[in-house]
Design a protein around this ligand. Sequence first.
Ligand code: AHM
Ligand code: MG
Length: 340
Amino acid sequence: TSPKSSSYEIVTLTTWLLQQERTGAIDNEMTIVLASISTACKQIAALVQRAPISNLTGVQGAVNVQGEDQKKLDVVSNEVFSNCLRSSGRTGVIASEEEDVPVAVEQSYSGNYIVVFDPLDGSSNIDAAVSTGSIFGIYAPNDECLANVEDNETRCIVSVCQPGSNLLAAGYCMYSSSVIFVLTVGTGVYVFTLDPMYGEFVLTQEKLQIPKAGKIYAFNEGNYALWDDKLKKYMDSLKEPGDSGKPYSARYIGSLVGDFHRTLLYGGIYGYPRDKKSKNGKLRLLYECAPMSFIVEQAGGKGSDGHQRILDITPTEVHQRVPLYIGSVEEVEKVEKFLA
Ligand code: AHM
Ligand code: MG
């Protein structure tokens, strides 16, 4: 007997984007931008997977504007991401973790969406073949920042420095045992898995909701001695067995995308606090914290700097850092209480 036809019914990312376009959630220009991002992610997935074979492990030799050693794959992934966005013809401005300042795109002829991204986050994990990811956010078109205009830098910076509450779409791609593409266009969170057989992202979870609470925490506790006393008390409280007799569990990959993805699915909290050495923590507001906060809110969770909503903060600099506490509502509110 032949299997039911329904077992062959899959929804690919392309089909899903066209559905969203039909319902008016996104326009056709946004569809093209998101499709070009998914192509970049597929390419980066392949590069990450083959890195040790194709001599793409190790450092490039350069240091980025934030004083970090650039890995070879940081540089290559940035090129892949930028090229895909440029050739879509629908992005007006792009800002990347790996570029000093945002740039206007010459090839744009319509759409003009503003795209912020971290092409390969957690790349310190890459040489050990541990999970990494790409993160992106998309803002509405803006004609202030134009290609081939002199002294355009300031206007481009102003164009991208928007609060996360203006985000129209955000997502990430995780390069792990599966390649997972998570996306929101403001209609809930959708999860796609790269099917190596089809070479397509296939819808595997829709309207994902994060558990309201969860007993897993992900912090780099190596920094404990540098933390504020209030935060130390919070951390100590997680280790008390309490009524259930079981304290919280620690899980930390050191890859925001991986740690966040687990938190989204299982519940709990991810934190990168400020400390005595890093006054604003480590993570970047524009292309790390804001996109993740938009996603977590769409899944019913919360993203905070310990005192206020991440999405309400307007960056004044492209590479601005901010403390991040993100995950289940109850867990984020708990740390906020300790920090108050
Ligand atoms: P990167 O953008 O240079 O890769 O740094 C960001 C990463 C995050 O993915 C991760 O959560 C964090 O840095 C880990 O930092 P640490 O090694 O200090 O724990
Ligand atoms: Mg990063």
